[in-house]
Design a protein around this ligand. Structure first.
Ligand code: HEC
Length: 83
């Protein structure tokens, strides 16, 4: 999660133009979360080349259920379907 935290910060609060993940209702949309991690957006790089389905699912689940977020798990099968 170190790469993510460089921009989104360890506390999920974001920094400058890097959006907060804590308390971010957009994270309710599992497809959006998976797409951002795989493909990036704007100045966010994609991580689809570095992370397998298991790892993308773990990161997605982590950010959807940390810092008070409560959006449920993402499975590796959901990630595979978006590749
Ligand atoms: C270089 C900085 C940077 C890194 C590293 C980075 N992000 Fe991002 N992230 C951004 C920016 C900027 C956006 C907004 C992109 C846009 O919509 O234009 C964003 C958007 C997002 C969003 C969507 C937020 C929303 O409200 O639409 C999620 C989810 C996300 N990032 C998760 C992650 C995860 C998980 C990682 C690590 C695997 C990560 N990011 C790494 C900069 C970064």
């Amino acid at each position: 999660m170190t790469n993510c935290a460089a921009c989104h910060q360890p506390n999920g609060e974001g920094l400058g133009t890097f959006p907060a993940l804590a308390g971010n209702a957009n994270l309710a949309d599992a497809n959006l979360v998976i797409d951002r991690i795989l493909n990036g957006a704007g100045t966010m790089p994609g991580f689809g080349g570095q992370l397998d389905d298991q790892k993308v699912a773990a990161v997605a689940t982590y950010i959807r259920n940390s810092w008070g977020n409560d959006f449920g798990p993402v499975t590796p099968a959901e990630v595979a379907a978006k590749r």
